[in-house]
Structures are given as C-alpha cells and as structure tokens.
Design a protein around this ligand. Structure first.
Ligand code: GLC
Length: 552
C-alpha cells in the first residue's frame, strides 16, 4: 500500500457526463452552462473533484470520444468562455476540475487525419495505414464496438486501424511528431489551470511491431496485443515528464486488460500515473459475452476487490459505474423493492475501501437502468453495433432476442438524462431530450432526495463525511472476513490503532453470520436501516443491510 498522503487520495470525485447532466438552452443536449448552474448541488455533496467527460469539438459519433479539435469546445456544449467560467466557478467552490484526455485515437474529421489520408505535409505516419492482401484486413483485430478494426479509405486507397468506431482512427504513437503534438496540447490545457487528466484507454497507445494477429477466440480480438504494448509504459512516462510532472494535478488512466500486477507498473512509486481504472470487477457478470445474460456471484466480486486492495503496489481508484456501465443499483443491487437499501449498501462499499472513490452522476440518487423496448431508442454505438453485428452474422434474429442483455448492459443506461425533478423531462431540458428520460424520475429525482432525510443522496453525503473523519477508510489496510460467504461481504479496515468493521448483506433475504470482530464493536458509524439493530458475535443482517462499526 502506498502510504504517502496527498490531496487526491483523500478526494472524492464526481463524474459529469455533460451531454446528459443539465441543458441550459433547450436544445435537448446538456451543456457547460447547465453544469455551471448545478455546481452548488455538486459542491453540496461534499465532493472535491469533478471529472468532466469530453467537451471538445467533435462530430459526436461516440459522444465526444471522437475529437476533431482538442483545443476547441464542441458547439452544443458552449464556448471556450463558458468553459473558462466553469473552471473559475469550480475553483471558487474549492473543488478541482479533471479533464478527459482522449489520445489513443482522434476523429477522422481531425485535421491530422484529413492530412494523413491525403498524405500531406508528412502526416501519413500519424495513423496506421495498411494495404492488406487482396482487400483483406491487415490483421484479425476487431473493434470494441463490433465488426473488424480496419476500414478502407477511398482517398488514401488504404485501410486504417480503429480499435473503436470507424470514425475513431488510432494514432501512431511510434511517430515522435504525434507524441510531441499531444504533449503540446496537454501543456496548453495545464496552462489554463486544469487539475488533472482522466486518460481514455491509455494503455492501448503502443501497438506491437507488425501488428500481429490476436487470439481469434477472444471477445475483443487483438486485446492482448494492443494493450500494455512494448512502449505503453515508456510513452506514458515520457508524457508525464513532458507535461504534468511539473504540476500539482491528479491523473487516472483507463486501462484495458490489467490485473494488480501489470497495474502496479503504471501506478507504483515510479509509475507515470496516480491511479487507474481497471475492468476486472466490471467483468464478473460478462463471462459469456456481451449479448448473453449477466449472471454473477458475490464471491467473484469480493475476490476481485480484495485482490486489488491487497496486491496493488500503488493507489486504487474505486468505481462501481460510469458512463460506459449500467446503473449500479440495477446491476449489483436490487432496483425494485430494495432500491434504496441496496443503493446505500453499494455506496457504503465505495466509501469504505482504500482508494479514491468516483461517483457517477445520478448514482447518489440511486438512478436505475432504463426499460429499453426497441433498438431505435438507443443511441450508443456499442449497443447498436453489437446488436446489429449479431443480426448480420445470423447469430440472432432480432432485438427482442437480446433485449434483456441490452437492458442489463447498455451504456445508454448511464446516459439517460440526470433526474433533477418530477417534471416532464425531469428538469433536464425544456426541449426534447436527446435520450429518453427514465419514467421513474417521478419518484427518483434530486429535488425529492434533497428534502428526504432518508434518501440515498443524504446517505452519500454522510458517507463523504464519514470518510473524511476516519482515515482508516482512506489509508487503512483491508482484511477480508468470510471470503467464501455467498451473500455477506465483511471486512476490517485498519490503520495503526484504529479499526473499522464493514458488514454488507448483498442479498434480499435476512442472513446471520458469526464474526469475532462483531463482538468487539464500539460504535455504529453508519447504517442504512433505521433503527439499526444491536451487534453481538452473531450478526443478523436484514436484506441489503450495510453497517459500519468502530472496533475497540
Ligand atoms: C473509453 C470511453 C468510452 C469510449 C471509448 C473510446 O472506454 O470511456 O466512452 O467509447 O473509450 O474512446
């Protein structure tokens, strides 16, 4: 464990997906002025940092992860003036602003790609261009959104690599000019006063020489080749030295295909980034492919978290959902009868492990997945791409066949508009929202949560405070108790003389466990049931009950 104390270890991060947060001008799309208007709400949660998903100029095929100009603000979101005001207002409230950095790929509309396809001014080598034999793709890699990872470009007469959508072309980091341009751009943002970067698929930036074929049986063919490539660590280290090492900022890298061992190279004492987002806990219900049912069990989830808590040589980031994941209460909780309890339980987990917690907009309200009925309702490239590819390949007949999987998995579950109140479009917009508003906004919304002391929102605020006043919840060592129990997740967090017991019943039936630690509880610090019950060596936990005790 990394014990040196820093502000970003003690911080709580709130993630804002600007397209779906708040629309100030009635065009149905969220914007920067909308975010500014809601800053008091965000500050009121007690969070310290805002991570803003991409707001750069973009044709928005992948909602801003397809950037056409890194130094301009996308028109629907506002102007650079609006962004500057946002930064100032965030700072005024003693919070910090972390920007998304998407440099594995650019939009094909980016000037670099335009010049590259025309082979102008030395730009050809900015991307990966290959002929492929007899019109075949140059290798067997697939796109993360379905279909293969190569696209033929008429202008160039060649195919280019895209690990994501065909409008997102992979940059060739082996070209020094690419790296220098990226570093210049990062320094330009750092000079503007930002407080850090969240780095999109950063460990995919180094592709191995010759772009060798990947394992054809893998769900994402090529992943073992294009992640953690030969220079991934080297380029990231160079990036750190050339840019943010001179600034007091935080960095978190989204890393595909990492375990605590490989992850330690990136976030260890000499590593280039402070924290990383891995996917291991997001894979426990994805064992049989994206379009198959999402079955999972608690022991797997515990094992993943426990491994990262104990084996990572570096600082953990803690997240349960984000703009790419379904709503957590629908996934690992119960979005029916025990929505409130299970949302609180999952919040308890997030705030009582060692690491920096990330809260995704609406998570603090216990927002749920959307009841998708038709493919046309969905916008997300990944969901639409996966379903269409399966229909095309004859694997399924229609949407109906995979509706439940899409309901469980789609990234659009996280992207439906933020639920501010019970009005027609949930207070998100006066216009037509770009994605449907969840009908349950009539009961699940921020206005209702603010006035209800028993809401998930108030519980999250309490958790933020609990973590602030109990350093063992930030810097403590994690000890898993009852590792094989199928519904109870219990652990002790210890720092010097302080110890805390966390007991979570991740199930809709009451469960009794015997725990030595439960016999030495001193004070109940937090509980999602009212009134709480007494502790003794045997602990009876009601459905989705969460309790945190200080131990003697
Ligand atoms: C990351 C982003 C995701 C995006 C993808 C391609 O995984 O979080 O939203 O689609 O990268 O940029």
């Amino acid at each position: 464990m990394d014990e040196q104390r820093t502000w970003w270890k003690e911080a709580v991060v709130y993630q804002i997906y600007p397209r779906s947060f708040a629309d100030s001008d009635g065009d149905g799309v969220g914007d920067l002025r909308g975010v500014i208007e809601k800053l008091d709400y965000v500050a009121g949660l007690g969070v310290d940092v805002i991570w803003l998903n991409p707001v750069y100029e973009s044709p928005q095929h992948d909602n801003g992860y397809d950037i056409s100009d890194y130094r301009a603000i996308h028109e629907e979101y506002g102007t650079m003036g609006d962004w500057e005001e946002l930064l100032a207002q965030v700072h005024e409230r003693d919070m910090r602003l972390v920007m998304d950095l998407v440099v594995n790929h650019t939009s094909v509309d980016h000037e670099w790609f335009q010049k590259s396809r025309r082979d102008e001014d030395g730009y050809r080598e900015y991307y990966f261009w290959h002929e492929g034999e007899d019109g075949e793709a140059p290798n067997n890699w697939t796109s993360g959104f379905g279909g293969d990872a190569w696209n033929y470009d008429e202008t160039a007469g060649l195919q280019y690599l895209h690990l994501f959508d065909e409008t997102q072309a992979d940059l060739n980091w082996d070209n020094e000019a690419v790296r220098e341009n990226v570093y210049d751009m990062m320094n330009w943002w750092l000079e503007k006063g930002i407080d850090g970067f969240r780095m999109d698929v950063i460990n995919a930036i180094s592709k191995p020489e010759g772009l060798p074929d990947g394992d054809p049986d893998s769900e994402w063919v090529g992943i073992e080749q294009f992640t953690n490539g030969p220079e991934a660590l080297g380029y990231m280290t160079e990036m750190a030295t050339e840019t943010y090492d001179d600034y007091d900022v935080m960095t978190v890298g989204e890393c595909l295909d990492v375990d605590p061992e490989t992850g330690s190279d990136y976030v260890g004492a000499d590593g280039p980034i402070d924290m990383l987002f891995h996917f291991e806990h997001m894979s426990v219900d994805q064992k049989s492919g994206w379009l198959s049912p999402s079955e999972w069990n608690l022991t797997d989830l515990k094992a993943v978290f426990s491994e990262w808590q104990t084996d990572l040589d570096g600082w953990n980031s803690l997240y349960l959902t984000n703009h790419d994941q379904p709503r957590i209460v629908s996934r690992f909780g119960d979005d029916g009868e025990y929505r409130r309890e299970s949302a609180k339980l999952l919040g308890t987990l997030l705030f009582t492990l060692s690491g920096t917690p990330y809260v995704y907009q609406g998570q603090e309200l216990g927002m749920t997945n959307y009841p998708w009925e038709r493919l046309e309702q969905l916008d997300d490239l990944q969901s639409v791409g996966k379903v269409e590819a399966a229909i095309e390949a004859g694997e399924i007949a229609d949407f109906e066949e995979v509706k439940q999987a899409v309901r469980d998995r789609s990234r659009d579950n996280a992207r439906t508009p933020m639920q501010w109140d019970d009005s027609e479009h949930a207070g998100f917009t006066d216009g037509e929202p770009w994605l449907p508003v969840n009908p349950n906004h009539e009961t699940i919304n921020a206005a209702a949560a603010v006035t209800d002391r028993d809401s998930v929102l108030h519980y999250y605020r309490d958790l933020v405070e609990l973590r602030e006043t109990h350093e063992e919840l930030i810097y403590g060592a994690y000890n898993l108790l009852l590792p094989n129990h199928e519904s109870v997740w219990a652990y002790r967090m210890e720092l010097e003389d302080d110890a805390v017991l966390v007991a979570l019943n991740v199930d809709d039936t009451e469960t009794t466990v015997t725990l030595d630690d439960a016999a030495r509880t001193e004070e109940l610090l937090c509980s999602n049931y009212n009134p709480p019950t007494e502790a003794g060596a045997s602990l009876t936990l009601r459905p989705y009950e969460a309790r945190v005790y200080r131990l003697e």
